[in-house]
Design a protein around this ligand. Structure first.
Ligand code: PCA
Length: 320
């Protein structure tokens, strides 16, 4: 009798076996990427009837943004989110979405992602990682605490950077790069450590930059993407129905995230304006200057990446 009871109890606990994943991100809980990830987690929990719970750890609380990929690779967190171009040092092709003036719209960004995706999957698989979904930031614009008429106006300014690409661009402009994590931008401005930066309007809104920064130029320089991924062993350990549920929720998260990004792009430009900032375009001569800088950046990038760059650029430009 006792034995039967024991068997029954064991069976019940197996039926309710629950897997928990932690998903680390360096962005705030209320940022649109994290809200999208929260919806992804809720969808997974629902589709697996609670068998897989994904707990979000936003705001660099579990690991700092720059450490997340390594931590997930080593199984110290099951899942994570990072900005793809931050991985260029290890996976050069990951930086293709941070080359200035290659992508001009969300539909270009989509096309670029379809070409980049198989390569990212291959490089992730080689590291024991599985990409789940990718969502772009709104286009990158130029913020400055004084009007900018030409590159000369940025010379000598302290320019906030968030990855190797932005550091190189600051150097090309003759500005001094200052590395500031996204969640610390407001503090850096208030402390007077930064004069200019290239990032999205929504990042400006989240950091309430209008106290210190008066100008935003919509130069649409590039559309960087965040990638959400999981440790492949953790993923493979799931029953196949749960794996399928994760993939389906990820597909929905990618679609929802792209739409959200596009909506947030225009809302945040309006918000910058409502807060009294001057929002506009740069003069045509400066635009040409920036384009040349973009071309130089592309050449350097192609040289550093080698043949893999062709797998993206040739079809990208051929089917324009
Ligand atoms: N915001 C992030 C990355 C790109 C963006 O638009 C940041 O500024 O760090």
């Amino acid at each position: 009798m006792k034995l039967l009871l024991l068997i029954a109890l064991t069976a019940a606990s197996v039926a309710h076996a629950q897997t928990r994943w932690q998903l680390a991100t360096g962005y705030r809980a209320d940022s649109f990427h994290t809200q999208n990830a929260a919806q992804f987690a809720a969808d997974v929990e629902q589709a697996t009837a609670g068998a897989l719970r994904i707990q979000l750890r936003p705001n660099n609380t579990l690991f700092k943004l720059g450490e997340i990929r390594q931590a997930v690779q080593e199984g110290r967190a099951e899942a994570g989110e990072t900005i793809m171009s931050s991985m260029v040092g290890d996976i050069p092709i990951a930086g293709v979405d941070a080359i200035p003036f290659v992508v001009h719209s969300y539909s270009d960004a989509r096309r670029l992602w379809h070409l980049q995706r198989p390569l990212i999957e291959k490089h992730f698989a080689a590291r024991g990682l599985k990409p789940l979904y990718v969502v772009p930031w709104p286009p990158q614009g130029l913020f400055s605490n004084k009007p900018v008429r030409s590159g000369a106006d940025l010379k000598g300014t302290r320019m906030r950077t968030y990855n190797q690409s932005t550091v190189r661009i600051a150097e090309m402009l003759g500005a001094s790069p200052v590395d500031v994590p996204m969640v610390d931008v407001n503090r850096a401005l208030v402390d007077g450590k930064v004069d200019s930066m290239i990032t999205s309007a929504v990042t400006g809104v989240e950091n309430r930059v209008w106290g210190q920064i008066g100008y935003f130029y919509g130069i649409n320089a590039w559309f960087p993407k965040n990638i959400v991924f999981v440790n492949a062993k953790a993923f493979d350990a799931l029953p196949s129905t749960d794996r399928e549920a994760v993939i389906q929720a990820a597909t929905r998260a990618e679609e929802r995230g792209w739409a959200l990004s596009e909506a947030v792009a225009s809302e945040s430009m309006q918000e910058l304006q409502r807060q009294g900032m001057t929002v506009g375009r740069v003069p045509a001569a400066f635009e040409s200057e920036l384009k040349r800088l973009g071309e130089k950046f592309s050449r350097e990038w192609v040289k550093s990446v080698g043949t893999e760059a062709n797998l993206i650029f040739i079809p990208y430009y051929l089917h324009r």
